[in-house]
Design a protein around this ligand. Structure first.
Ligand SMILES: [Zn+2]
Length: 322
């Protein structure tokens, strides 16, 4: 689908109120969100605070926005449409840009934080990479290419978002130390110092209002879907100890970093007392259960946000497959 057709389709979705058909009654739609910022960033566009404000107004016309704990506690009544907001990675812009909008609508939220980022104040590596690409001057591509084999190239990729994804994906298979070195090289190339992306620190997380339910999102944010159970248990334990000793609260909620998981890992979380396990899985839920799927909302257009938030993308994809 061309960009213009997409824009028209999502514009029509919002303008004609098709979200009333898209959002299922008797279901909760848990939105998985990331950065909210007023400054655009081409390699991984954040949601603009005005876009979040617009989206919340639309969702509140369709139904209620509740705490994820409420969705886990009971089934969604058959006539209701319920939404919840779940933010991952613990960016500082959550407090600066998202929270004022959430508070102006009087809605609760869930924020899932990474232990290492809270300790250092440094955001997860992918976010720092996208941020450095956006701010780097000079020939950043040459600097990036140094870290890849000679035949590696970003030629032919249409948008900066695609380029950013390709670069980040390439770095996934590098060692953590090598990735760190690459990001430092790029950060040194930043011509516009601006304000780099950063993570909320421990004291800032402690100071969040009660409307924000804080969950864990891994000790390091490295993918856990392929690690041994021993490694997984130790990551979960590190999060639990951090919650109890540094954040002074139990770890009730756990969101898998990068969304990947195995069934035995979910069971381990439930067996060790985690009350809410957040997946991505791109589907709504009927509620009344501990394991909750979420819907990624990562678009840049308002109608598109709404389509993603009401689960339309998934339903269209499964209709095409059938
Ligand atoms: Zn994450």
């Amino acid at each position: 689908m061309s960009e213009a057709t997409r824009a028209l389709a999502f514009g029509t979705y919002a303008a004609c109120g098709l979200d009333r058909l898209g959002a299922r009654r008797g279901h909760a739609h848990i939105l998985s969100l990331h950065r909210v910022h007023e400054k655009p960033s081409p390699y991984w566009p954040p949601m603009h605070p005005a876009g979040l404000d617009w989206l919340l107004s639309r969702l509140l016309r369709l139904g209620k926005i509740v705490d994820i704990r409420e969705i886990a506690a009971r089934r969604v009544p058959s006539g209701e449409r319920v939404f919840a907001l779940s933010f991952d990675d613990g960016y500082a812009d959550f407090v600066e840009y998202a929270l004022p909008v959430l508070e102006s609508h009087g809605v609760p939220s869930n924020l899932n934080v990474v232990v290492e980022s809270m300790r250092s104040g440094e955001a997860i590596w992918n976010a720092r990479l996208y941020d450095a690409l956006a701010r780097a001057g000079g020939d950043f591509y040459r600097a990036v290419a140094e870290f890849f084999p000679d035949d590696w190239s970003i030629e032919g990729l249409r948008t900066k978002a695609h380029i950013g994804y390709e670069i980040s994906n390439g770095f996934r298979s590098h060692s953590r130390a090598e990735r760190e070195r690459a990001i430092r090289v790029l950060e040194d190339l930043c011509e516009y110092p601006g304000e780099p992306v950063r993570a909320l620190r421990v004291d800032e997380v402690r100071a969040l209002p009660v409307s924000v339910h804080v969950g864990a999102h891994g000790e390091t944010h490295e993918p856990l879907s392929d690690v041994s159970m021993e490694e997984f248990r130790s990551d979960v334990e590190a999060c639990r100890v951090f919650f109890e000793t540094e954040l002074n609260r139990p770890m009730e909620t756990y969101a898998f970093p990068l969304g990947g998981y195995r069934r035995e890992q979910v069971e381990h979380l439930l067996d060790t007392g985690v009350a809410h396990v957040l997946l991505v899985d791109e589907e709504p839920t009927i509620g009344g259960r501990s394991v909750l799927p979420r819907l990624t909302v990562g678009a840049t257009r308002r109608g598109h946000y709404l389509a993603e938030a009401t689960g339309l993308r998934r339903r269209l994809a499964s209709a095409v497959q059938r």
